[in-house]
Design a protein around this ligand. Structure first.
Ligand code: ATP
Ligand code: MG
Length: 315
């Protein structure tokens, strides 16, 4: 199992071994790779592993979620700007492409980039040069592009929300990150990894979950994938066996949409709202601004609701 990815891409199940193989293979090439998989399955981890195994590993890895950038700022965020390029542009800003020079730029949630920006992004990928906003000078960039999405991007193309030419540019090679429920054999190794990671961070001596708990964790479907398991371990470290209650109650996300709607039949509107907020917040890794944006809600009203329903953001 020592292929240079140890400690980065934990898991020794057949699907993970295959994925590691593919990671090592695409790491040697320089074409774009589209990484697909459910939320929390480990898409960013895979992107970092590709970079770490590539000849670019000494240069920067820059990761950015396209969902987190307001539409009006996306161009300056990626390409940079000169002073005075727009009202708030007081100083020069170096864009993410330039920051990643020689290395890898990872754009997460690529399905969500605004349609009117897609053509400009495509041109940069083709010409391998960027222009900072407010400047006419073209700057050559040598950057490998990795992207990820959990969205049905082919459907977005069919709906006219995503340019076909950009999709074909980005998905030269696709990697699928399998959901955790298809590789439950990896649960014990992952638990060990996360206990070490978080106990170390908090400087604690932690009793790892006993075998009967590990067995239960290996039977749970993990709708929130590896992120949900990691959150469980963090709760285990502070709460011990009490952490299991959350799994029993199904606080975590249900497996599929049908389950959700059937359960909703026996819930009040407030309970449903609280559950949706919890799901989205967990899915945003606890980032309240992103959560509010995804729910189409002012941040203030999200805070009020978090308060009202007693919801705390995941660690
Ligand atoms: N194979 C793995 N080995 C070690 N840690 C992992 C693995 N897969 C996921 N993780 C951890 O789980 C968490 C979620 O992973 P990651 O952020 O890569 O998921 P994602 O697919 O990008 O999720 P999202 O769709 O929400 O962006 C991270 O803290 C990551 O470190
Ligand atoms: Mg991600």
């Amino acid at each position: 199992m020592s292929d240079g990815l140890t400690g980065l891409l934990v898991g020794n199940s057949a699907p993970m071994r295959e994925l590691r193989q593919q990671v090592l293979q695409v790491a040697q090439a320089d074409y774009p790779v589209l990484i697909r998989g459910e939320s929390g399955a480990g898409k960013e981890v895979v992107a970092r592993a590709i970079h770490a195994a590539s000849p670019r590993k000494q240069a920067p890895f820059i990761g950015q979620s396209c969902l987190a950038i307001p539409e009006t700022l996306i161009e300056s965020e990626l390409f940079g700007h000169e002073p005075g390029a727009f009202t708030d542009a007081r100083e020069r800003r170096i864009g993410l492409f330039e920051q990643a020079e020689g290395g890898t730029l990872f754009l997460d949630e690529i399905g969500d980039i605004p349609l009117n920006f897609q053509k400009r992004l495509l041109r940069v990928l083709q010409e391998r040069e960027v222009r900072r906003l407010g400047s006419t000078e073209a700057i050559a960039v040598n950057v490998r592009i990795l992207t990820a999405t959990n969205a049905p991007i082919e459907q977005f193309v069919a709906d006219g929300r995503f340019r076909a030419d950009l999709m074909y540019r980005l998905n030269t090679f696709e990697l699928q990150v399998p959901p955790l429920r298809r590789r439950l054999e990896d649960v014990p190794l992952l638990v060990e990894h996360f206990v070490a990671k978080h106990a170390l961070r908090y400087g604690l001596k932690v009793d790892p979950p006993p075998p009967e708990v590990i067995k239960r964790l290996g039977e749970y479907p993990w709708p929130g994938n590896v992120r949900e398991l990691e959150n469980f371990v963090v709760r285990w470290i502070s709460l011990g066996p009490e952490a299991l209650i959350a799994l029993d109650k199904g606080v975590s996300r249900p497996t599929d949409a049908q389950d959700v709607s059937r359960r909703w039949l026996s819930m009040t509107m407030d309970e449903i709202e609280a559950e949706v907020i919890r799901m989205v917040l967990a899915d945003c890794g606890g980032n309240k601004s992103v959560c509010a944006k995804r729910l189409g809600m002012a941040r203030k009203s999200l805070y009020n609701k978090l308060d009202r329903y007693g919801i705390r953001a995941p660690a």
